[in-house]
Design a protein around this ligand. Structure first.
Ligand SMILES: Cc1cc2nc3c(=O)[nH]c(=O)nc-3n(C[C@H](O)[C@H](O)[C@H](O)COP(=O)(O)OP(=O)(O)OC[C@H]3O[C@@H](n4cnc5c(N)ncnc54)[C@H](O)[C@@H]3O)c2cc1C
Length: 412
């Protein structure tokens, strides 16, 4: 019988197994894929953005902020970075985003597997855990390869995002069978869907914008960055960062809209500042029609679409436009309203928002308050992060917390 059995050989499972083994426990890791860390390979477009120098808690999201604050009260930067250094990963840092210098996610995956092997973690792949029972202080783990027993369990099965990598949400049912509740998992860091007649027309346009999310016309949050306009709606990092909150609003059947400011880069924030800008531009750039005035600052296809939406022809002259049309144009350029009808599915999502509530674990050890000897890590928990290395960041941190706190003795 093992001291500790880790279920799931992803980011948090590998790190928790390594730390538990280093602390002296006999550790076994059960992974259903034929190799560990399959999801790590597709992170950061195959380059693995594994950390961010800005570890402010505002980059992490949960329904139980107070517990999360307790979990993250210690600064784990030094520990995480010296761990990666010790397994051979030298960071290449770009605007605070950490990647391996090799620029290949496979470097992180192999370094973690190697470190687990060196520390005598017994890794059993193609072993899928079907159910777990606790009888007489011992966990009985039922798998496709037979029954295993263990004194303690680390449940590190991930979420429902990108199920082709192995995280199909099976850990939610296992946690529920051991007494936990579940905050409905929803896709996050995912594209947003809309229904509008112009979607085909704007497909393929990229623009640097400010995008703001509204629930029932109430402002929720905004992000600045590149947006991609697509035939199903919108994508791009700033969209993805708002998507978890949008998914929550949609799940509550609330009216969900985004407003896009296409002129954010020029510090034009509303129709009045747009009017001032255009009056000045019309004087500087003489003898030009309205399209000429906009073409120099916006994508050509976007200019056509916004003019059409504002019922203005490309050949119209700024001086001849009614104030009503000038304001409408200003509104459409600084506050373009798009009604959101849904998100893309878990297949396209990078993470899941929701999961096992943080109120059901001890914030110092991540041990379950429902079943003694059960520990939970990573995305299985109700924590999701912004783009930028925060999700792997939480996977490493939670793995370190559990692995360093778990001990091999019997439990009640
Ligand atoms: C396309 C994409 C890009 C991403 N890019 C980044 C990035 O650049 N930076 C970043 O910080 N985050 C990124 N993420 C998110 C990050 O990969 C995850 O948050 C992180 O991997 C979660 O770690 P985890 O240990 O909780 O789960 P996972 O890494 O998903 O591991 C769970 C493991 O458990 C196994 N498993 C599940 N159920 C069972 C079972 N019943 N029995 C046995 N094994 C089981 C799975 O096969 C899997 O190997 C990205 C995600 C995706 C999908």
């Amino acid at each position: 019988m093992k001291d500790v059995t880790v279920i799931g050989g992803g980011a948090s499972g590998l790190v928790s197994a390594i730390y538990a083994a280093k602390a002296g426990a006999k550790v076994c890791l059960l992974e259903k894929n034929n190799t560990c860390g399959k999801k790590i390979l597709i992170t950061g477009n195959g380059r693995c953005n594994y950390w961010n120098s800005d570890q402010s808690i505002t980059h992490y999201h949960t329904r139980n902020k107070e517990v999360l604050e307790k979990i993250l009260q210690k600064d784990y930067s030094k520990e995480v970075l010296s761990f990666f250094n010790s397994i051979g990963i030298i960071p290449r840092i770009k605007e605070g985003y950490f990647y391996p210098t090799s620029n290949q996610a496979v470097s992180i995956q192999t370094a973690l597997i190697k470190e687990a092997q060196i520390n005598h973690v017994e890794i059993l792949t193609t072993t899928e855990v079907i159910s777990i029972k606790k009888e007489n202080h011992i966990f009985k783990i039922n798998t496709n390869n037979g029954i295993f027993t263990s004194k303690k369990i680390i449940l590190a099965t991930g979420s429902k995002a990108a199920p082709k990598t192995g995280s199909t949400g099976s850990g939610y049912d296992i946690a529920k069978s051991l007494g936990h509740s579940l905050i409905t998992p929803l896709p996050a860091l995912v594209q947003l869907k809309a229904e509008a007649p112009y979607l085909k027309e704007w497909h393929g346009i990229r623009a640097d914008v400010k995008i703001s999310l509204f629930e029932n016309n109430k402002y929720i949050d905004s992000k600045v960055g590149e947006i991609q306009l697509t035939d199903y709606g919108i994508s791009g990092i700033c969209t993805l960062c708002l998507s978890g909150r949008a998914a929550l609003s949609l799940s509550k059947k609330q009216k969900t809209d985004v407003k896009i400011n296409f002129l954010h880069q020029l510090n034009i924030h509303d129709k009045n500042s747009f009017l001032n800008f255009m009056e000045a531009r019309n004087k500087t750039v003489k003898n030009r029609n309205i399209a000429d005035l906009l073409d120099g600052i916006l994508n050509y296809k976007l200019v056509n679409l916004i003019l059409k939406q504002s019922k203005i022809s490309r050949e119209d002259n700024w001086n001849n436009l009614s104030n009503e049309k000038k304001y409408l144009l200003g509104d459409n350029l600084t506050s373009f309203n798009l009604s959101i009808t849904g998100t893309n599915s878990f297949d396209q999502a990078q993470v899941t928002t929701g999961g096992i509530p943080l109120t059901e674990i001890n914030p110092n050890t991540l041990e379950s308050s429902k079943t003694k000897g059960l520990y939970l890590t990573g995305e299985l928990l109700d924590v999701d992060g912004d783009c930028g290395g925060y999700n792997l960041g939480f996977a490493w941190i939670s793995g370190i917390i559990v692995g360093s706190n778990i001990k091999g003795e019997d439990n009640d």
